[in-house]
Ligand binder design. Structure first.
Ligand code: KIV
Length: 299
């Protein structure tokens, strides 16, 4: 991929592109301070919020499976389900780079299947790049060969959950070297960036220093080029689990529940809707909200 010439720290393009993201690591080496801000989103409104907040990259993650569709893991989400949400996010974004996550089974069979599904995300979904989990240089190279920028993803890759035997930190001790080798492989295959999930902070910093593409950490410490969090985690909408790497910037789950409880209480007490929230017609009396329902029903 053609890299953009490193820009001054303050220079931010009107539209974020894969080459601009790819150039972040080199820009930082040249004295910039380009920390990439990545967040997941799954629908039109979330995309609009992320774009308005000026994040760099919006990822329609296969975490869709857990946080939106209610599956236990990410393995069952399909390309069609992902595409439905990628299209919605596309309609809400104008500035941020849109990356579509390739779900389990959509690239594992062959580089050809990776290309076929990758093209669907670009053509039908409007994605500007795809992300795929694991050290899969052949699939990455095949996608890059058909003009699709690829974000790689190593460390705790949830699609490998059965092989890992659970959601465990990856790359500790002797496993560190293999992760570094895999990182170099995906870079050589042409990935424009690399997500590092749940790896020790020291190893993530080492990988970041060793690569010329940017790293994006989630549970990988402060030494990566950028950070990614799941929308529902950072806004406190996902209340069932709280991994240590999540910082909640809001408590929207609690706020939403409290709002719905207040709405329910108002409806049950006849406090909603008020006259101001209703339409009048001079030819008909407006029922009072304090009137008991039994009277309205003529009981
Ligand atoms: O699916 C997802 O949301 C992800 C991010 C956590 C990187 O892969």
């Amino acid at each position: 991929m053609t890299r953009e010439v490193p820009t001054a720290p303050s220079a931010r393009p009107k539209k974020i592109t894969a080459p601009w993201v790819a150039a972040a690591a080199e820009a930082n080496r040249a004295g910039a301070d380009r920390r990439l801000v990545v967040v997941t989103a799954y629908d039109f409104q979330q995309a609009r919020v992320a774009d308005a907040a000026d994040v760099d990259v919006v990822l329609v993650g296969d975490s869709l499976a857990n946080v939106v569709l209610g599956y236990d893991d990410t393995l069952s989400v399909t390309v069609d389900e992902m595409l439905h949400h990628v299209k919605a996010v596309r309609r809400g974004l104008s500035r941020a780079l849109l990356v579509a996550d390739m779900p389990y089974g959509s690239f594992h069979l062959s580089p050809q299947s990776a290309v076929e599904n990758g093209i669907r995300f670009v053509k039908e979904g409007g994605a500007e790049a795809v992300k795929l989990e694991g050290a899969r240089p052949k699939e990455i190279a095949a996608l890059v060969d058909v003009e699709i920028p690829v974000m790689a993803h190593l460390g705790l890759t949830p699609q490998s959950i059965h092989r890992f035997g659970g959601y465990k930190v990856q790359g500790r001790g002797d496993a560190a070297d293999a992760l570094l080798v895999a990182a170099r492989e995906v870079e050589e295959a042409g990935a424009f960036s690399l997500v590092l999930e749940c790896v020790p902070a020291g190893l993530a910093a080492e990988i970041t220093a060793a690569l010329s593409i940017p790293t994006i950490g989630i549970g990988a410490g402060a030494g990566t080029t950028g950070q990614v969090l799941v929308y529902h985690d950072l806004l406190g909408m996902e209340e069932r689990i709280a991994p240590r790497f999540v910082r909640r910037y809001a408590e929207l789950g609690r706020a939403s529940r409290e709002a719905l409880e207040a709405y329910a209480a108002d409806v049950r007490a006849g406090r909603f809707p008020s006259d101001d929230e209703s339409y009048g017609d001079p030819s008909r009396p407006t029922p009072s909200d304090t009137e008991p329902l039994t009277k309205l029903y003529g009981a």
